[in-house]
Design a protein around this ligand. Structure first.
Ligand code: MG
Length: 302
C-alpha cells in the first residue's frame, strides 16, 4: 500500500492511494463509515507507531470499503487534495548516509574517499517539504545548490542492537528523498550540517510504500532528471553498505524509533561531479524515480 499525508478540507490527514494513483482513501473517513469512530491518529508517524497491526487493520478496512458500496463517496480524487510529505514534521533529524555508492565517492574526490565505515550526517526536520513544493533558491547564502536522489527507509519499530539478519523487520516502508545540498556551505563549514539543512532542502514522497511491496531494497533502479535530462542512473545494488547494515550500525548504540527516516546515499551524477559543475538554477525541475516506489518532483524557486 502507498501511505500518503495530504490536506483535505484544511486538515492534514493520513490516506491510502488507490492502485491507479488517482484517488485517496482517508483512513479515518473510511473507519467512520464502517464503525462511526475515528480510531486512527491524525499523523502517519503515530499510525506507524501502532506497529504491524496497523497495516493489517488498514488492509481490512480497504477490503471493507471495496465491498461496502461506499467507494465513490470515500475515495477522493487527488486533484482535490494538497499533497504533503508523508512525514511532514519528523520528530528528529533525518539520518543521511554519505558516499554509499563508490562512483559518487570518487566524483566528489578520489578513490581514497570510498568509506571503510558508514558515514552519517543529518538534516534538520525543517528541511522537509512535500512533492511538487518549491525548493527555495537560497541565493543569499549559496550559489552551489545541488540535487541528490536517494532511497529513504522509514523505521517502523523501536529497536537497539538490531542484527543485520533482522534489520528489515524494523522497517515500515520506503520513500524517496532529494538530499538537496549547498556545496559551498558543505565545504566551508567542514561538518555537513549547515550545507545540508537549509529550509526546503529535503523534498520527500510522494508516499511511503510499505515493506511488503519491496522484498529487496538493495536492488532498485534509481534515476534523477533535471529539466528532463538524466543526471543520475544507477541501482541500489551498488550500495557499499546495504540497508540491513546501515540499520545495524546505526542502532548498535542508539535507539531507532518508529518514524525515523534514513536516507541511504546518492549515486554518481550529482551537479558537482560534472566538469564544469551543473548546479541547480532558479526554475529547474528535479525528478527522482525509484523502481517500485514512484517519482518525486520539485522545482527550484525563480
Ligand atoms: Mg546524500
Amino acid at each position: 500500500m502507498r501511505f500518503v499525508t495530504a490536506e483535505h478540507n484544511q486538515k492534514a490527514r493520513v490516506g491510502i492511494l488507490d492502485t491507479e494513483g488517482k484517488k485517496i482513501l482517508f483512513i479515518n473517513d473510511a473507519e467512520k463509515a464502517r464503525s462511526e469512530k475515528e480510531i486512527y491518529p491524525s499523523s502517519l508517524v503515530e499510525c506507524i507507531a501502532l506497529g504491524d497491526p496497523f497495516i493489517e487493520q488498514v488492509n481490512d478496512l480497504v477490503d471493507w470499503v471495496q465491498t461496502s458500496g461506499n467507494m465513490d463517496s470515500l475515495y477522493i480524487p487527488i486533484e482535490e487534495v494538497k499533497w504533503l510529505a508523508p512525514i511532514p514534521k519528523p520528530s528528529k533529524n533525518i539520518f543521511c548516509v554519505g558516499k554509499n555508492y563508490a562512483e559518487h565517492a570518487i566524483e566528489m574526490g578520489s578513490p581514497e574517499d570510498i568509506p571503510e565505515h558508514i558515514m552519517v550526517f543529518t538534516k534538520a526536520p525543517t528541511t522537509v517539504i512535500g512533492p511538487n513544493e518549491t525548493i527555495l533558491n537560497h541565493h543569499l547564502v549559496t550559489s552551489q545548490l545541488d540535487y541528490e536522489g536517494e532511497l529513504a527507509v522509514v523505521i517502523g519499530k523501536k529497536g537497539k542492537e538490531i542484527k543485520r539478519e533482522e534489520a528489515l523487520d524494523y522497517v515500515f516502508g520506503y520513500t524517496i528523498i532529494n538530499d538537496v545540498t549547498a556545496r559551498d556551505l558543505q565545504a566551508r563549514h567542514k561538518q555537513f550540517f549547515i550545507g545540508k539543512s537549509l529550509d526546503t532542502t529535503c523534498p520527500m514522497g510522494p508516499w511511503i510504500i510499505d515493506k511488503s511491496e519491496i522484498i529487496n531494497p538493495n536492488r532498485l533502479n534509481i534515476e534523477t532528471k533535471v529539466n528532463g535530462e538524466v543526471r543520475q542512473s544507477s541501482n541500489t545494488e551498488k550500495f557499499i553498505f546495504p540497508v540491513e547494515e546501515i540499520i545495524s550500525v546505526l542502532s548498535a548504540g542508539m535507539t531507532l524509533e518508529p518514524g525515523d527516516i534514513i536516507a541511504t546515499g546518492t549515486p554518481a551524477g550529482v551537479g558537482k561531479g560534472f566538469k564544469p559543475p551543473k548546479f541547480l538554477q532558479p526554475g529547474d525541475q528535479v525528478e527522482i524515480t525509484i523502481e517500485k516506489i514512484g517519482t518525486l518532483t520539485n522545482k527550484i524557486q525563480y
